[in-house]
Design a protein around this ligand. Structure first.
Ligand code: GDP
Ligand code: MG
Length: 163
């Protein structure tokens, strides 16, 4: 089947904004088992004539701050089980957090292709905020601004290269 690309990251890092930037057609979700489909959203993606299934693993974000970490672990597990390429999205304005470190550790231990993506780099002067994320051990952070639509083409070049 098509390669699967999953977006993982803390609430508010911009997963849905990035998803909507990349997504073409929404894929109808027929199943409605609690905890199986409602917590993720699917779309069809295409870049340079390469087609893939895109998943926003944060489809429904946790209501309570207490469960953010457990929800993040679950998101990462979903991505590790189902994705060929995982986009691990971090927030360049908020900076590196303990939750980012936990998720990074799970992703490093997995065999999946992982692309570290630093969002909210809305203008060049913010570019230096990507460097602290090198310590996550997931390679070079790719700067994007999902809301401004910056860096998306360069990101997708890297993603489709991994199929
Ligand atoms: P999610 O919870 O990870 O799905 O994040 P959302 O996509 O819902 O975005 C959370 C907030 O971050 C919203 O207020 C967005 O407008 C904002 N946001 C998303 N992308 C960017 C960006 O590139 N730059 C800035 N400054 N804000 C962004
Ligand atoms: Mg969201």
């Amino acid at each position: 089947g098509r390669p699967v690309v999953a977006i993982v990251g803390r609430p508010n890092v911009g997963k849905s904004t990035l998803f909507n930037r990349i997504a073409g057609k929404r894929i109808a979700i027929v199943e409605d088992k609690p905890g199986v489909t409602r917590d993720r959203i699917y779309a069809e993606g295409e870049w340079l004539n390469k087609y893939f299934t895109l998943i926003d693993t944060g489809g429904i974000e946790p209501e309570s701050k207490d469960i953010i970490l457990s929800q993040m672990r679950r998101q990462a597990e979903i991505a590790i089980e189902t994705a060929d390429v995982i986009l691990f999205l971090v927030d360049g304005i908020q900076g590196l957090t303990p939750t980012d470190r936990e998720v990074a550790e799970m992703l490093r231990k997995s065999k999946n292709e992982v692309v570290l993506v630093c969002n909210k780099i809305d203008y060049n002067a913010l570019n230096e905020s990507i460097y602290e994320f090198y310590e996550l051990g997931l390679g070079e952070p790719i700067p994007i601004s999902a809301s401004q639509g910056l860096g998306i083409g360069d990101l997708l070049d890297v993603v489709v290269e991994k199929f």
